[in-house]
Ligand binder design. Structure first.
Ligand code: PLP
Length: 459
């Protein structure tokens, strides 16, 4: 279906934006200086279009979420039909709706193993709040109520609610709002380029895992409820751990009887070439949080996958788990998520990411290794990063601009027609899973060109 292109009064929209809108995760002074937000008016496939006539390759899949690309009529139809039949009903009153139940079964099939149940929410942050409350509830039911502490990593991102920010390890977020809340401890991240430069990857993995064990012993193993981590840290800068890291973390959790939680909000639904990122590392978490790619961002929906032994406690011991949201299991969101998963199945997007476009992105990014500003390129599936350095062969950053190189290069990329993110001194990308080889070349070429343009500004 061709949707007619609507004409928007962009000047008026920018005026209204400044007068009434507070955009998320933004410096509102900077937006005011820019004369208002960039107004994105439409999108198709892998491209977004703004009100000033720019077409931009969306190297971020929106916000790490539009896995099946833009303009999917099938998803609009699923929402339309569900809204006419039953737009909304809740799951509080011992009730459920057909799409909610069908989606739960579909996700269970993709998770496999003993992750057989899901709890629905609307956002990734809410999914992690659910993890937080469910883990503590579980340990109470198990007769170990003192197990309340979560261990997470510095520079992890687990959302923007009070629990999400606390579980996350972003110090600049902790500062706003006196966080983390008690009961969350942070340990070093497995960031090889930044913190293990030149070290043997196995030894570095071992050291990172040792830091977790040290923390467990410091807190007291009997007090630790869970360890939480993204299979690959996304918003932290696409930090891909050394291969041995996750199996060792899993073994540690088993050793001390601690729950292992994977935050799959970015890594889930094909991003790393598997339905869930942990599957590629061969580990078996007790809970997983998912959102974003679950509906490809077409409607807000998230879920927590829960292992049988946790569900067994809930079902055997009984008593209310007093947690949930008005929109938990929202039928229209669920109907869209089902249709989204069906697209991924039909088009083989997971397989294609693992065997074709993911490896192609890795090779294309490797072309940038010759660039004088590039310290490392890395990727897993369709999640990629380029490290910007002052001196080749080192991980040294630009002295007076440490932490700023990413945003500087990002702005140039956007001017050159590519949306990426600049996280400190790293450029990251996360394109829709439908991206073609030619579009990957376009993405990498624009990053290369933009780095060259940035060099005189940075040096
Ligand atoms: N967890 C991870 C790994 C994320 O990347 C995000 C968002 O980027 C969240 C949680 C929070 O999701 P939301 O913004 O939907 O609350």
């Amino acid at each position: 279906m061709n949707v007619p292109i609507r004409n928007h009064d962009i000047a008026e929209l920018k005026r209204l934006d400044l007068a009434h809108h507070l955009p998320a995760q933004a410096d509102h002074k900077v937006i005011a200086e820019l004369g208002g937000s960039r107004i994105i008016t439409r999108a198709d496939g892998c491209y977004i279009h703004d009100g000033e006539g720019h077409t931009i390759l969306d190297g971020m899949a929106g916000l790490w979420c539009v896995n099946v690309g833009y303009g999917r009529e099938e998803l609009a139809k699923a929402a339309y039909e569900q809204m006419l039949e039953l737009p909304y009903y809740n799951t509080f009153f011992k009730t459920a709706t057909p799409p909610t139940v069908r989606l739960a079964a579909k996700i269970a099939e993709k998770m496999g193993g003993d992750l057989s149940h899901v709890f629905f929410n609307s956002s990734g942050s809410e999914a992690n709040d659910t993890v937080f409350r469910l883990a503590r509830h579980y340990w109470k039911l198990k007769g170990e109520p003192q197990r309340t502490v979560f261990i997470s990593r510095w520079n992890a991102y687990h959302g923007s609610t009070v629990a999400g920010v606390s579980l996350g390890g972003m110090k600049h977020m902790h500062v706003q709002g006196d966080l983390p809340i008690p009961g969350v401890e942070h340990v070093r991240q497995p960031y090889g380029f930044g913190e293990g430069f030149g070290e043997d990857p196995d030894a570095f993995a071992e050291a990172c895992v040792q830091a977790i064990e040290d923390k467990i012993l410091e807190v007291g193993p009997e007090k630790v409820a869970a360890f939480i981590g993204e299979p690959v840290q996304g918003a932290g800068g696409v930090i891909i751990p050394p291969e041995g890291y996750w199996p060792k973390v899993e073994a540690l959790c088993r050793k001390y009887g601690i729950l292992l939680v994977c935050d799959e909000v970015i890594c889930g639904f094909g991003r790393l070439g598997h339905w869930f990122g942990h599957q590629g590392y061969g580990i078996k978490p007790d809970m997983i949080a998912m959102a974003k790619g679950l509906s490809s961002g077409y409607l807000p929906i998230s879920a927590v996958g829960v292992a049988d032994h946790i569900v067994a406690e809930l079902k055997e011991k009984g008593g209310d788990f007093i947690h949930g949201f008005t929109y938990s299991g929202h039928p229209t969101c669920a109907a869209v998520a089902i249709a989204n998963i069906e697209i991924m199945e039909r088009e083989g997007l997971i397989e294609r990411t693992r065997t074709d476009t993911g490896p192609y992105l890795a090779k294309a990014l490797a072309r940038l290794n010759d660039h004088p500003l590039v310290g490392e390129t890395r990727s897993r599936g369709l999640l990629g990063a380029v490290e910007i350095v002052r001196e080749k062969g080192t991980n040294l950053r630009f002295l007076d601009k440490e932490g700023e190189a990413g945003p500087i290069v990002r702005d140039i990329c956007i001017r050159n027609g590519l949306m990426v993110r600049g996280i400190r001194d790293t450029i990251v990308c996360c394109p829709p899973l439908i991206i073609t080889h030619a579009q990957i070349d376009e993405l990498v070429d624009i990053i290369g060109r933009s780095l060259t343009e940035a060099e005189p500004i940075l040096r």
